[in-house]
Design a protein around this ligand. Structure first.
Ligand code: PEP
Ligand code: MN
Length: 331
């Protein structure tokens, strides 16, 4: 929003009046002589009508700048996916192994996680691996195992479509299509995933700005996605003390200011199972609608991301400490 000042206005007084009304000044625009002519109002400001602002003494006119992501703005902070509400009420858990390694493994995980109140079973069938020699996932076969395990346990499935070619089979088996960090900028994939008309969990690109992330969400909604939930999974920083830098400022901004549902993935965000409790708590405090957490019944033998996987038998304790209901049924 741009507020233009009258020629005789005292910019300091107008600024004070705007701030008193809860309107934050993002930037000041000056004319060639250096005089303050306009204020740009931060989108994070309190809601105020144009007429209300125009009535402030010293304000000549107010104009709105058009958002580039109107569908994301309009979606609202609460979505319901296969009967599970995200963004309102108890935190939603999305848990499971990094990779679906066998039918038995995913069956055991689903049965145990469901008993803890975990509503979404996660697990990669198509794995985006940094090395071409690393385990690439069991593909479509794993999707079948996962769907069966989730159905038996009464859970929903969220799993990644790695390429346009995977979207069809992922859509057939999942309740929610995951777009991974490495693919947030893959616009052809975003269009294909949106065209499946399903809910999408959109992970943040590891070097993506919040605006780019929202625009990727806009691609999905514009292409037909039923809903979009964002997932903060850490961004690249100069420091490799943790695997990534979990950006909880962005989580607060998105959930409290943009009013978009955000799930936080502290597993990929930190790369360390010992940091999941403090960072999970911090994420929920920042406004996360739920958490994605990787688990494995034998993390030392995991085919991917073992160091961040929580031993399956410790998941109950972790979720309880994070605020799930003690006897399960967090949702
Ligand atoms: C995952 O969640 O399975 C995954 C690969 O995460 P990311 O895309 O965030 O790296
Ligand atoms: Mn992983």
């Amino acid at each position: 929003m741009i507020v233009s000042l009258t020629h005789d206005a005292n910019p300091d007084l107008v600024r004070q009046r705007l701030v008193a009304r809860g309107l934050w000044i993002a930037s000041t625009l000056r004319d060639a002589s250096g005089a303050v002519r306009q204020f740009s109002i931060a989108p994070s400001s309190a809601a105020a009508s144009l007429a209300e602002i125009a009535a402030i003494e010293g304000v000549a006119s107010v104009t709105t700048s058009k958002s580039e992501h109107p569908l994301m703005d309009r979606q609202g902070p609460v979505v319901t996916i296969a009967g599970v509400t995200i963004g309102e009420g108890a935190a939603v858990w999305m848990c499971g192994p990094c990779s679906v390694e066998s039918e038995d493994q995913i069956k055991r995980a689903a049965a145990h996680l469901a008993s803890l109140g975990v509503s979404f079973l996660r697990g990669g069938a198509f794995k985006p691996r940094t090395s071409p020699y690393a385990f690439q996932g069991h593909g479509s076969k794993a999707l079948g195992w996962m769907r069966k395990a989730a159905d038996a346990a009464g859970m929903r499935v969220v799993t990644e479509a790695l390429s346009e070619a995977d979207v069809g089979v992922v859509a057939e088996h999942a309740d929610m299509i995951q777009i991974g960090s490495r693919n947030m900028h893959n616009y052809a994939l975003l269009k294909a995933a949106g065209a499946a008309k399903m809910p999408v969990l959109l992970k943040r690109g590891m070097a993506a700005t919040v605006e780019e992330w929202l625009l990727a969400g806009e691609y999905l909604l514009a292409s037909g996605a039923a809903s979009v939930v964002l997932c903060e999974r850490g961004i690249r920083s100069f420091d490799d003390a943790t695997r990534n830098m979990l950006d909880l400022g962005a989580v607060a901004l998105l959930s409290h200011v943009h009013r978009v549902p955000v799930i936080v993935d502290p597993s990929h965000g930190t790369g360390r199972r010992d940091l999941l409790l403090p960072m999970g708590r911090a994420a929920l405090a920042a406004g996360a609608a739920g958490l994605m957490i990787e688990t494995h019944d034998a993390p030392g033998e995991a085919k991917s991301d073992g160091p961040q996987a929580v031993p399956l038998e410790q998941m109950g304790g972790l979720l309880r400490s994070l605020g799930g209901r003690p006897e399960g049924g967090a949702r």
